[in-house]
Design a protein around this ligand. Structure first.
Ligand code: DOR
Ligand code: ZN
Length: 342
């Protein structure tokens, strides 16, 4: 197949940041219709008013259809969450375990403290998106997602069976199996967790642009993710977790977590689906499963991917005083997205 036309995909997990970085990266998600915008700014997006103001800045920076999220803290007011959702200001609430990742210091330490918020969300149908890693220092970084399933997610699901859950950026076979065993729960998968495993990051030299959280796992997990993503209609859908950091924060003694994939995310995913002989299932993963999970209509318009010489990709993008390196899977990409009309 040399050309593939599918409904326009959405990105169900995206970091756009704020200020100059927002202005640099917002236009780079042009291939996507909607995107769920993560709230881990400094300071985080914690109230409905914060989310409304941030949405306006995102649109002004060049991304037209953001779906906003609130950052769940131990001080979150349930009434504000329900009001912001009912008013169409927010799409979902994001739970970061405190200390799990970039800008997560204001996250949740003790889940008991947010029970009233979770109960109100369950009642009002507000989705909860989860960064699924425990933070106990004694848990090995490669085991943090699996431990989260047992210690946090299973009890949470039992206590709030009607709460709409999305397990973000799954990275293990354990998580894939857990999601399959719990109907109604959705899961996003990033491009880098499909193209790569921890050998790509660590063997023969340490490559900071492969470093993200949850961290890349061993090949067997990568294979489970590739199988899940390419399985057609179901709970797995596209969320890039594209997470730009300034070049100097990535290429540093203590490298920041995050892979910047937004500009070429669709070609990255398409290549994986092609390798798996599953291009006919790319549309389900990229454009149908996410809307179905959230009870939304898929996009009406389409994108066309073209196979062939994709041309040279820039190593980085630059502007507004910022420079961000694109994630490079270490192999040439053969797909490009035909430019949007108009
Ligand atoms: O690698 C990551 N980067 N994982 C996250 O959960 C957050 C993100 C970021 O904001 O940079
Ligand atoms: Zn993220």
């Amino acid at each position: 197949m040399e050309r593939l036309t599918i409904r326009r995909p959405d990105d169900w997990h995206l970091h756009l940041r704020d200020g100059e970085m927002l202005r640099l990266v917002a236009p780079e998600s042009r291939d996507f219709g909607r995107a769920v915008i993560m709230p881990n700014l400094v300071p985080p997006v914690v109230t409905g008013d914060d989310a409304g103001a941030y949405r306006d800045r995102v649109i002004a920076a060049g991304f037209a259809r953001p779906l906003m999220t609130l950052y769940l803290t131990e001080g979150t007011d349930p009434t504000d969450v329900v009001r912001a959702h009912a008013g169409g200001v927010i799409h979902a609430v994001k739970l970061y375990p405190a200390g799990a990742t970039t800008n997560s210091a204001s996250g949740v330490r003790d889940i008991e403290t947010v029970r009233p918020v979770l109960a109100a969300m369950e009642e009002a149908g507000v989705p909860l998106c989860l960064h699924g890693e425990v933070t106990e220092p004694e848990v090995d970084i490669f085991d943090r997602e699996a431990a989260f399933l047992d210690r946090v997610l299973t009890p949470l699901r039992d206590a709030h069976p009607e709460l709409k859950l999305t397990l973000e950026h799954v990275t293990t076979k354990d998580a894939v199996d857990w999601v399959r065993e719990h109907p109604g729960v959705g899961a996003t998968i990033t491009a880098q967790h499909l193209t790569s495993n921890r050998n790509d990051m660590l063997a023969g030299g340490m490559r900071p642009h492969f470093y993200c959280l949850p961290i890349l796992k061993r090949r067997a997990h990568q294979e489970a993710l590739r199988q899940a993503a390419t399985s057609g209609p179901g709970p797995f859908f596209l969320g890039t977790d594209s997470a730009p950091h300034p070049l100097q924060a990535k290429e540093a003694t203590c490298c920041a977590a995050g892979c910047f994939t937004a500009p070429h995310a669709l070609p990255l995913y398409a290549q994986v689906f092609e390798e798996e002989g599953a291009l006919d299932r790319l549309e389900a993963f990229a454009a149908l499963n996410g809307p179905a999970h959230y009870g939304l209509a898929p996009n009406e318009d389409t994108v066309t991917l073209v196979k062939g010489d994709a041309g040279a990709r820039p190593e980085s993008i630059e502007g507004h005083g910022q420079r961000v390196t694109l994630f490079d899977p270490g192999q040439p990409l053969h797909w490009r997205v035909e430019p949007r009309e108009g």
